[in-house]
Design a protein around this ligand. Structure first.
Ligand code: DQA
Length: 156
């Protein structure tokens, strides 16, 4: 009998314009590039025995395809839908297909910004939301997911 457990997988989805992190409004979003965040998430994941796969798109449909592909594959999802947070019923509906925990992350504190950013169409679909803690929000989200899905620190 194969007693080895399948490695748990976390999918991280970054929405539109987040491919320009580090260059885009650094006073709001900081100086760190998205590739550095992804590398750090993959490394932190390894410490928890988790496989982290990351995805960024500027296209709503591509994000929806990725969420659908995660059904039955990912054990948890971290998503920063960026501007689609405030507009996309379609991304919300796709997230409703998932039965795994979902953490919504926003680098900036959307509640301190323009009123159109105050409302998220995702937050009541997500397990939890982290806003305003900068890029640390991604790392905290991964830490929380590790706990929620019962991952244990890797010994290798
Ligand atoms: C954001 C906040 C959104 O309002 C904005 O459109 C983004 C980034 C954040 O991470 O703070 O693109 O999701």
């Amino acid at each position: 009998m194969n007693t080895e457990a399948r490695q748990k997988t976390i999918l991280v989805i970054h929405g539109p314009n987040l491919n320009r992190l580090g260059l885009r409004e650094p006073e709001v979003y900081g100086h760190t590039r998205l590739s550095e965040i992804d590398t750090q998430l993959e490394m932190l994941g390894r410490q928890w025995g988790l496989q982290v796969s990351t995805f960024q798109s500027n296209h709503e449909g591509a994000i929806i395809d990725q969420i659908q592909a995660a059904t039955g594959q990912a054990d948890g999802v971290i998503i920063n839908p960026a501007a689609y947070t405030h507009t996309s019923i379609a991304i919300r509906d796709a997230l409703l297909l998932l039965t795994v925990p979902i953490i919504e992350v926003h680098i900036s504190n959307i509640h301190r910004r323009e009123t159109f950013r105050h409302h998220s169409l995702i937050s009541d679909v997500a397990t939890g939301q982290i806003v305003g803690l900068g890029i640390n929000g991604y790392y905290l989200a991964l830490r929380a997911l590790a706990d929620i899905i019962g991952a244990s620190p890797s010994t290798v």
